[in-house]
Ligand binder design. Sequence first.
Ligand SMILES: [Zn+2]
Length: 459
Amino acid sequence: MELILKNGRIVTASDTYKADIGIRNGKIVTIAQEIPCLEKSTVIDAKNNYIFPGIIDAHVHCQLPMAGTISSDDFINATKAGACGGVTTIIDFSTQMPGKSLVDSILQRKEEARGKVCIDYSLHAGITDWGLAQNEIDRAFQEGVSSFKMFMTYRQRGLMSDDAQIYHALEETKKRGGIITVHAESTPLLDFLVKRYHEQKEQYGAYAHVLSRPDMIEVDAIERAVRLAELSKGRLYVVHTSTGRGAMAIREARFRGVQVYCETCPQYLLLDESVFQRQDGHLYASCPQVKSKKNQEELWHLIQTGDIHVIATDHCTFTKEQKDLWKGDFTCIPFGLPGIETMLSTTYTKAVHSGLISPSRMVALLSTNPAKIFGLYPQKGTIAIGSDADLVVFDPHKKSVLDYKNLQTNCNWSPYQGMEITGSTAITISKGKILAMDGKFIGEAGQGDFVFRTACQTI
Ligand SMILES: [Zn+2]
């Protein structure tokens, strides 16, 4: 045994129990009440700490070009930051450009990540030209990609897919055990409202972002996407759900037997749209934007009832200087927020420490469910013999105040600055190697691998 974790409280999606964990060749090989320590083994005493399976952030954008700039966390920095925050696997995105090959976009994104990623990663393949992509789905699976992203908006940028394309893609991917993820915002009305408030941008500033995207923009698109999944019998995953009604539409569809899953993000749970009335409100712009307090409360409620399946970050970091490129025009803000490094500690604080959900439920939301939905389970997403030794030693008692200056994320501000945090990632282990301790990265850059994903499981 190379590494032994002793005396920790193991948390899986179904159980919490005290046991030792033995690790060899990057895998968990023993789980027992008492593992004897041999001379050659490194031993970590995890007394009074939880041991979670490594966090899987299923929605990350490293070095993403947007609004004339490129997001400030590249593959190295975002994955270092993730490791510091207990994340051991990310799923980033490749983007097919209209008229170009889907598989080429996957290969190109792998090339961009090669030698840089510090934790394991995979890719969702963004589809923007279904006419070409439909003939490349088998090859995408051969490249280890079993999930695809389609946009119901961004018509002007050439990224949008229509209902027929999404329907057909749901059919074709389901046959092979895959899944379609959608960015659900309804275009015709959205484009109209963006144009209207763009003409009044001096008057409303960053708040025009809120006015141009009322809840119905998302709710309408989610309801439509769910109907397409129902009709096609495909598998659907709605990314960054920001409205209670949108999440409710997913819940209701599941009662009818539709295979649809709901992701929300920390920003929709921790912030509300009043941030856009601040002097620096433009910093908080993401797409979709954070919604009203009422939506926030509804999302928390649906987390409690088990109707939200995944929390992931949509991590896409821009510095203050980059955000300032907007120059008073809300349509020119680089959209995105940091989150990969703080997701576990903020979720633990607000969801578990507050008594809303159990540690097991949190593990399901942050690790086990995304692993199952995206074909990583049981290699990832659980603590079991034979699984990758991706583990987080988590101190549930440590208190701190969140300060961007203490974070690895390449960003000179934080949406959660000053938040009181209970619980902290003490040690992050990826494939049996210690990558981070007490918020400091101590691993090697480039040691992450691309993870081949297979058929998605139903939850
Ligand atoms: Zn995103």
